[in-house]
Write a protein of this length. Structure first.
Length: 314
């Protein structure tokens, strides 16, 4: 009986020893996997993302810029192969009833940027919202680690009014934000007024002017600035990169008396462009070119004749 108990104790001891070794082996394997995964992740480069928001005449845009560190400098991420996903309020699948969740997926361009033009039904889906949180997220990439950034924007709008009475013409921009249940003026915000030109915006008014208690700024328009061919100018009121509202921009197209200067057609003169060169000069140039090429071709033909005659004599 005693031998039987001793044998049973040995079997139990061996069993628990084997079980302990098994647990230790599993733990070591798991630790190695975690360390390998960590090592794998650290080989990927980290990136930083910046999210900005713009609303222009009611159309909303979200822009994402991605950069990485290279030689202690920030450079654009121009070689990512994974798309950037843009979400509204939550990282989840799209909720068609509220618009929350995934909005779109797009790839970064060569400058490390991507602009999401929010769909036409975005405003109707989010009509009850007056604060938006946009979340930009890039999933695991072969080169870069996962990255995520977000921005929260409060609802705001700008109106632009024009006054053309007498000889003084002015433009007034008003900035208003949603508060409680209505739009109210925003005081001490840096507003800007511009006149839209073909390739840029022409600033008018004082630099760094801020809105008054009515949320307004007013500037005189230069009377000598030419308008568009249809007798109008486009006045732009905007607040740029505001920490609460992002960039808000509104335009107003108004009638304008100063028309753009139309250059008269230039006649056929020596200083005109090629299509307006004088006819005698064109004829003379073509004749000289024809004579030169004719002479070259004649000389080449004579060389062939001389070579042919030389072979016949031999």
């Amino acid at each position: 009986m005693k031998n039987y108990l001793t044998f049973q104790m040995r079997i139990s001891s061996l069993f628990y020893s084997a079980l302990s070794l098994l647990f230790i082996g599993v733990f070591v394997l798991m630790s190695n996997n975690v360390m390998a995964q960590d090592k794998k992740d650290t080989t990927k480069m980290s990136i930083s993302m910046n999210v900005s928001y713009k609303i222009s005449d009611g159309i909303k845009h979200v822009k994402v810029q991605a950069t990485r560190k290279e030689n202690k400098k920030n450079v654009s991420v121009d070689n990512a192969t994974s798309p950037v996903s843009l979400y509204l309020n939550e990282v989840k699948a799209t909720d068609p009833s509220t618009g929350d969740g995934l909005i779109s997926k797009l790839f970064l361009n060569e400058e490390g940027e991507v602009t999401f033009d929010l769909p036409a039904n975005f405003n109707s889906l989010t009509s009850g919202l007056h604060e938006y949180t946009f979340i930009a997220r890039m999933e695991a990439d072969p080169i870069y680690q996962e990255a995520e950034e977000q921005i929260t924007i409060a609802d705001a709008k700008i109106t632009v009014e024009y006054s053309g009475k007498d000889s003084i013409k002015t433009a007034t921009a008003t900035l208003m934000e949603w508060k409680d249940s209505a739009y109210v003026p925003v005081r001490d915000a840096e507003l800007k007024l511009f006149i839209k030109r073909t390739f840029s915006l022409y600033p008018i008014g004082e630099e760094g002017i801020t809105s008054d208690s009515l949320g307004q700024i007013t500037s005189e328009l230069p009377l000598d600035i030419p308008g568009e061919a249809d007798g109008t100018i486009i006045i732009v009121g905007s607040v740029i990169d505001h920490e609460t509202y992002g960039t808000v921009e509104t335009t107003n197209k108004v009638k304008w008396a100063v028309l753009p200067k139309v250059n008269a057609d230039m006649g056929r003169t020596l200083w005109s462009t090629g299509k307006n060169a004088p006819v005698p000069l064109i004829i003379a140039s073509c004749t000289i070119i024809a004579i030169i090429w004719g002479t070259i071709i004649y000389l080449i033909l004579q060389l062939f004749k001389i070579r042919k005659i030389g072979k016949q004599k031999v």
